[in-house]
Write a protein that binds this ligand. Sequence first.
Ligand SMILES: Nc1ncnc2c1ncn2[C@@H]1O[C@H](COP(=O)(O)OP(=O)(O)O)[C@@H](O)[C@H]1O
Ligand SMILES: [Mg+2]
Length: 346
Amino acid sequence: MAWLNIGQSFITNLMMAGAMIFTVWGWSRGQFTPGDVVLVNSLLMQLFRPLDMLGWVYRSIRQGLIDMEAMFSLLDTPAEVIDKPGAPALEVKRGNVRFEGVHFGYEPEREILKGIDLDIPAGSSLAVVGPSGAGKSTLARLMYRFYDPTAGRILIDGQPIADVAQRSLRSSIGIVPQDTVLFNDTIGYNIAYGRGQASTEDIEQAAKGAAIDDFVKALPQGYESMVGERGLKLSGGEKQRVAIARTLLKNPPILVLDEATSALDSRTEQAIQETLERIARNRTTIIIAHRLSTVVGADRIAVLENGKVAELGTHEELLDKGGLYADLWYRQAAERVLEDAAEAAE
Ligand SMILES: Nc1ncnc2c1ncn2[C@@H]1O[C@H](COP(=O)(O)OP(=O)(O)O)[C@@H](O)[C@H]1O
Ligand SMILES: [Mg+2]
């Protein structure tokens, strides 16, 4: 581009100079009138201006083609999970969820889930606990069909989720994810994203349920405050509460809470826990948690270890069993006592 510009101006200026010298020379010999000198000058100017433009146009066109190619290659990326042709919509009548021998690995050589069998009766809650990396969030991702299991299947009210339209599946499940991603827009917009046409009242109601109402009202711009790229202007706990408000607004028949309160302090957690328990009532709920105190109330608890369900039962049953769960429970109970003491000291 630099050489082009230099070359172009060199040629045009040289021509201009030559033409001017020639016409002035002709005028001095009485061959040309002053009008001829002006004529030649303006003709050349008219010619060179578009030539200058040409270089610039050439560059813009090339840049445009490159950008277009990048966009088309993105559009042409095949989706890994696609609907079967003519897939019917999922019909949730009661909300029974079943995992049948589900195997899954992100890479073929490393299997994360090695045969998961779980049955969550309609309207009941199942807590999934286990060490970090056990595959708890993976269960939620499979339910939402971000991936398909390598073997086995997942059924909702008897319908394999691989056979129904993804849109209908995703509209029936509400997930409060472990790490919330927000759009670079206002808080109000981000909460309203849970449901298409939510009124301001609905949004405020959901915000109240998620205990974020007071925080938003205290902001200078209230619900019109921008949250920044991916929500970076909010703290982890605030983002998590926006995600909870979003799900409250969506009001889905099946609910998945993936460590939904992990970034909150224990007092805020308690405040939200009540709301979560209220919306989980009479709704099929999967609660993923590492803090066991939040899952005591679940109808059943599954302990996930090494890609398998190691233990399954109610809180009392698992404590009596004296296995992995009991071990975790007593360890966390001891930690809680220490934390409380530290808080009291403060
Ligand atoms: N997109 C991915 N690609 C490859 N491996 C992944 C991916 N997501 C998660 N994993 C691996 O899968 C395992 C289970 O992850 P996850 O379900 O998120 O665990 P957790 O039980 O803590 O929620 C982890 O060991 C993690 O490294
Ligand atoms: Mg997780």
